[in-house]
Design a protein around this ligand. Sequence first.
Ligand SMILES: Nc1ncnc2c1ncn2[C@@H]1O[C@H](COP(=O)(O)OP(=O)(O)OP(=O)(O)O)[C@@H](O)[C@H]1O
Length: 725
Amino acid sequence: MNKRVSYDIGCMKSLRKLPDRVALRFMDLMTKYMSDPSANGLNLETVEGSRDSSIKSLRVDQGYRAIAFEVGRDIMFVHVNEHDKAYRWAAGRRVKLDPETNRIRVIEEVDAVIEPVATPDTSAPRLFDEVTDARLRALGVPEEELTAVRQIPTIEALEDAEDRFDPLTYQILYAVAAGYADEEIQSLTGVGAEPDAEPPQPAVELTFGKLIETEQSRQTIFIPESEAELRRVFEEGLEGWRVFLHPEQRKIAYRDYNGPVLVRGGAGTGKTVVAMHRAKHLADQIKNDPTRSGQRVLLTTFTTSLAHDIEANLRTLCPDHLDARPPRIEVINLDRWVSQFLKRKSFAREVAFFGEARDRLDQVWKEVFDDHELPEGLSEPFVRAEWAQIVQAKGLTDQKGYLKTSRAGRGTPLDRKKRAALWDIFADYRARLISEGLAEPDDAYREATEILTAEAPNLPYAAVIVDEAQDMGEQAFRLIRAIVPETPAGDRNSLFIVGDAHQRIYGRRASMSGCGINVRGRSKRLRLNYRTTQEIRAWAVSVLEGVSVDDLDEGTDTLRGYVSLMRGATPELVGCRTEAEELDGLVAWVRALPPDQIRLSDIGVLCARRADADRVQATLRAADIETVMLQSGADDRSIPGVRITTMHRAKGLEFFAVAIPFLSEAAFPPQGALRAAVDPADREDIVMQYRSLLHVAATRAKKALRVSWSGTPTRLISDQTHSLG
Ligand SMILES: Nc1ncnc2c1ncn2[C@@H]1O[C@H](COP(=O)(O)OP(=O)(O)OP(=O)(O)O)[C@@H](O)[C@H]1O
């Protein structure tokens, strides 16, 4: 029987520290074995003097050995190192089947400590002196590792000793040392009580073969399903894998649901990663069921650039589903999908998404306004906003519907007479659009929904996954529902919707139940931030201090209860006297980032407006710093240069270091945006959008954030922020 080969995260981390040729050689051995095990057998040798008879070594090349555990049909690789170091590492290790955490642990027996973890000075204080054994045990540190834990003097020594500990133990210790509370650590590790999660289901039988398959073990142990997957994982490096899902993430992505699912979570909690894994899971099901051949999963989002980013990432996770003919996963933004669909249906009007077609809309409005008297007290911008936010957003097509619709959220009240007069204007505008051969995006969504409902064409979609749902409006969701309608046979796995209303930056809004999408009992929340340090996250949250946002359904959401995986420096808040000084400071900041640790392509400068981005580019260029202005295409990080782009485009991206310049009261929110406000309620909405935009921009930073302004800072930076500065 062929062996099942798996890789502990510690194995992959140890490989990273070795010369490339060793890692390549190891990859070669492993992928060959996977492609043809009988021709490329693994010659595992017993490790003399080891405590665990299942521990084996594998010759990688003359000087290097890999260490693995061979149990039943499983071979799990745990470490790779120079010959002597590998054997020393292996000597005291054994596998522990741990029912408490429902995982396989790789631990070192205490009396086999060869090198002391810390300096032998027993009088010096140790890192965990104040932490009781009981607390460590309860968090999931195995009894056998406690002695070694007690010897660690500092957090740096802990970091150096990472490979001495079981990966889960290391994660727990790091979090304790960084001062996390127990509930936060439980949420980080998935061990112990989580407020709305079920307790881990212990494997039926406590065997290695069963325990390695649990959701918890899959957090640190990777079992490749194909040679191609293994190769990609080796080539992409640890961060690029997104293989080690948190149990919470895995549980959400890899299961069946009897109806639509809504997954919420703050910035950086892995919503897109979960959406991608969901797509993979559903596409795997299609692949493995011959009766479903030809079916596909539609993964959609709001903007073209996000769709490009997701597609590029999916190429790492499951390229076979994208490349299959026909593809099992289709990634496309919804505007584009609807255009293509309507074209196939011979819809004759041009949809005005942007550019010249939108200018033509302005022209049509001008003609309408020339021919109509406006109701008293109402302005042209107000009428247009009423049209967009009420008539089009709700899909109203007759006067009756408009007269009785709720206008909640609109600041200026309208009596029946005014509404009736407005409807004449709207009806005229719509008629002129049609005669001009034009349609607005909401018209396109509505028409497509009507066609789908009336004709029930045979679309190939088994499921739709939506990322960045907070930016889509009601008509978009009605269309999405119509693409995979609920049938008498049920609604299994139909819709998987992912979003965060705190990051709503396009002013659209929809409630799932209002669009016929029932997510009751299937609403999930991700809480662990993988991207941003606790310090940056806290600042980004402070920008939204005191505002209330919806939960994409009928309730409200909060940014409480989130935890970041990392700690780091406090964001730099820099007030300057002049813009020239601000730009000089920006140049100095870029220059001061250590080039051996941060590539230029991992630095992002995010601006509210394209014109600001142009100014930054000119300044950096003049300082001989390479730059790349990001447009809507995917960001190819192999091209060197500091990334400069708009805050809107930055959604879906992340950078090691982010600078957000021009946050003065006069410039943010931009005056042009505020001028478009038709009444105080509208103004409040615009300000809220810019708060969210700043929150989005700040949460693109992984480790370093610099926020700057000249003169008076924008009010959107809270009082708390000023005191930090
Ligand atoms: N289980 C995981 N292990 C390691 N890294 C992860 C994991 N899940 C997510 N990440 C990483 O965290 C970062 C944020 O993930 P992702 O972009 O999916 O979050 P998001 O919730 O969609 O963020 P946002 O809403 O801010 O766009 C990415 O770098 C991703 O690779």
